[in-house]
Design a protein around this ligand. Structure first.
Ligand code: PLP
Length: 400
């Protein structure tokens, strides 16, 4: 029984977070959250938010004016894109290759629009050819939505090509890059992405509860020429634009910003800028290579085929006869290590090992390989012993 009168402060256990998010936070980001609160209309806060916009533009590789953190988690960023860009009666092509594509379809329906689905197997990227033929069959479609980095499977889809296909059919795109941002190559302007949303607790390694979004000129034009009012008051960008504004204009009260969480996001983006975006992408690939070498040496296989793998989310097939949940429980109890379970049709069939942001480092790769080998061996699973760590060390250039 929880004793509500005990009066004890909550002290969470120390964990290593290698699941599908949240990921471990850099101490600098945690420290930023502990700084004194100021008013959200305080000139100092407004100045911080102006810097935040520039840092977000860098992370997204865009000059879009309408680039800001929505004051709610990634799911709200998703909803912001749909409620602002979709009108009742619209036809929207939704690409589904995992959990988050399904949620996009749900959003389209709730906007009173008609979804047309392009379906790919879980673990596969979105097929550009299929999207092309679907759009040819539905010339009245106005919008295409797809996921860049499908966290439920570890598959990476080709944002650039899919956007080109959509534009060739006069459609705008909404891209989910909640897990992509900061971990995989993403170039919003070069690739012509019209609307994109992300999250803070994946490769940005920040506190959950914020959703960076960015909208290009054609998306803004569509939002401003809507025939129907956006049905969500809170997420209506026409109102939010007046709040975040740009160029030091007067800010009207809309809602109270999550001030200390925004300090954290600012610091996380400063860290990303210090490292350099391309260096961050390369770091994710490097540690993924080491993890993959170790897992394969142990005899484990990855779900996604080589060219489409996300470095930051490794879907590992559970060996025949192994109780995957018992493995995760033991990893958590003995090593304080969290990895993720499979979802939907992949429940019980895969583990999801995240290498996101601050958690993407050699120490975590070594811990995970050692812990997994030890627990699987103990449970009688058919794994090769003593091979995983040396295989990872070869990638790191360490020879025994
Ligand atoms: C985590 C995630 C979301 C949802 O983000 P929340 O912050 O949990 O609301 C959406 N899309 C993808 C691809 C994700 O990985």
């Amino acid at each position: 029984m929880v004793n509500l009168m005990s009066g004890d402060s909550f002290h969470p256990p120390v964990r290593t977070l290698m699941g599908p998010g949240p990921s471990d936070m850099n101490p600098r980001v945690l420290a930023a959250m502990g700084r004194p609160i100021i008013g959200h209309l305080d000139p100092a806060f407004v100045g911080m938010m102006d810097q935040m916009k520039v840092l977000l533009q860098y992370a997204f590789q865009t000059e879009n004016e309408l680039t800001l953190p929505v004051s709610a988690p990634g799911s709200a960023g998703m909803e912001t894109c749909f409620v602002n860009l979709v009108e009742p009666g619209d036809k929207v092509v939704v690409c589904i290759n995992g959990v988050f594509g399904q949620r996009m379809k749900e959003n389209v329906e709730r906007c009173g629009a008609t979804p047309v689905v392009v379906e790919d197997d879980w673990g596969q990227p979105v097929d550009a050819q299929k999207l092309d033929s679907t759009l040819a069959a539905h010339p009245d479609a106005r919008l295409v939505a797809f996921v860049h980095a499908e966290t439920s499977t570890g598959a990476c889809s080709d944002v650039k090509t899919l956007t080109q296909v959509a534009h060739a059919h006069d459609c705008l795109v909404i891209v989910d890059s909640v897990t992509g941002l900061g971990g995989s190559e993403l170039r919003v302007d070069d690739w012509g992405v019209d609307a994109i949303y992300s999250g803070t607790q994946k490769c940005l390694s920040c506190t959950p509860g914020l959703s960076p979004v960015s909208f290009g000129p054609r998306a803004v034009e569509r939002i401003q020429s809507r025939k129907h009012k956006v049905q969500s008051w809170f997420l209506d960008l026409n109102l939010i634009m007046g709040y975040w504004g740009s160029g030091g204009g007067k800010r009207a009260y809309h809602h109270t910003a999550p001030i200390n969480a925004l300090y954290a996001l600012h610091e996380a983006l400063v860290l990303l800028h210090e490292e350099g975006l391309e260096n961050a992408w390369a770091r994710h690939r490097h540690h993924h290579e080491a993890l993959k070498a170790g897992l394969e040496a142990m005899g484990l296989a990855l779900l996604v085929e080589e060219p489409h793998r996300l470095p930051q989310l490794n879907a590992v097939k559970v060996p025949e006869g192994v109780d995957e949940a018992a493995v995760r429980t033991r990893l958590l109890q003995r090593y304080g290590l969290e990895i993720g379970a499979g979802l939907g049709p992949l429940a019980g069939r895969i583990w999801r090992i995240g290498l996101m942001g601050f958690a993407c480092n050699a120490k975590n790769v070594r811990l995970c390989l050692h812990a997994l080998e030890s627990v699987l061996t103990e449970m009688g699973a058919p794994v090769e012993r003593g091979a995983a760590l040396p295989a990872a060390e070869r990638i790191y250039g360490v020879t025994a």
